[in-house]
Design a protein around this ligand. Structure first.
Ligand code: PGA
Length: 233
């Protein structure tokens, strides 16, 4: 089954590295949906092979919000997706579930598909709260209108950029729980991505797990040598 492979470049890359990635992806034969989320300033490149996404969006439509970028502006660049509620936004910019839901609604209003991120911290995992935390984040970070097309990404905070990955059983449990929660909210069938230290060597195993609809990749999405093996997995 075809999967969604999304690359989150965070505050990395350059026009040149995006060009190198585009060229490499042109050669690729895949049924998977490949999404690159570079910094805002690199959006607007036209390439039929890649779908683009932003890494954040303002919850506001327009107005006096210095430094913010609206969903319509992102959509104007040709981008189709936007990541909302990434743990780095939640952690460094104090984004709450409520704000994440507002951003998802703003994205949908401009025709973008939000990739809504959830994930537990190391302490929450160690105290056995993972499923409870994830369920609350999913319930509170989602837009109310269940007819909307969204994507959810499960990214354990402690697995991001650390080389640590949950056991395959843990990923399976969390994804099954998210799928059940989404169904109860009317979002059945929503793709659920896994993110956190995904690389070429673990991507196939992770994507074979039930309810894993693809992966959200950080560090390994910056260079074709690292990213292509994940897409081909
Ligand atoms: P990582 O990041 O792949 O570098 O762990 C994932 C993410 O933050 O989306």
């Amino acid at each position: 089954m075809s999967k969604i492979i999304a690359g989150n470049w965070k505050m990395n890359g350059s026009r040149e590295s995006l060009k190198i990635m585009s060229e490499a992806l042109k050669e690729l034969k895949t049924d998977n949906t490949v999404i690159i989320c570079p910094p805002f300033t690199f959006l607007g490149e036209n390439d039929s092979k890649i779908s683009f996404g932003a890494q954040d969006v303002s919850a506001h439509e327009s107005g006096a919000y210095t430094g913010e970028i609206s969903a319509k502006m992102i959509s104007d660049t040709g981008a189709k997706f936007v990541i909302v509620g990434h743990s780095e936004r939640r952690q460094y910019h104090n984004e709450s579930n409520k704000l994440v839901a507002q951003k998802a609604i703003a994205a949908l209003g401009a025709g973008l598909t939000p990739i809504i991120c959830v994930g537990e911290t190391r302490e929450q995992k160690e105290s056995g709260q993972t499923l409870e935390i994830i369920e609350t984040q999913v319930r509170e970070s989602l837009p109310e209108n269940a007819s909307s097309a969204i994507i959810v990404a499960y990214e354990p905070v402690w697995a991001i950029g650390t080389g640590l990955v949950p056991t395959m059983d843990d990923i399976a449990n969390v994804h099954a729980h998210i799928a059940k929660t989404l169904k109860s909210l009317g979002f059945g069938g929503t793709p659920i991505l896994y993110g956190g230290s995904v690389k070429g060597s673990n991507a196939a195993e992770i994507m074979a797990i039930d309810y894993v609809g693809g992966v959200l990749v950080g560090g390994a999405s910056l260079k074709p040598d690292d990213f292509l093996p994940i897409i081909n997995a």
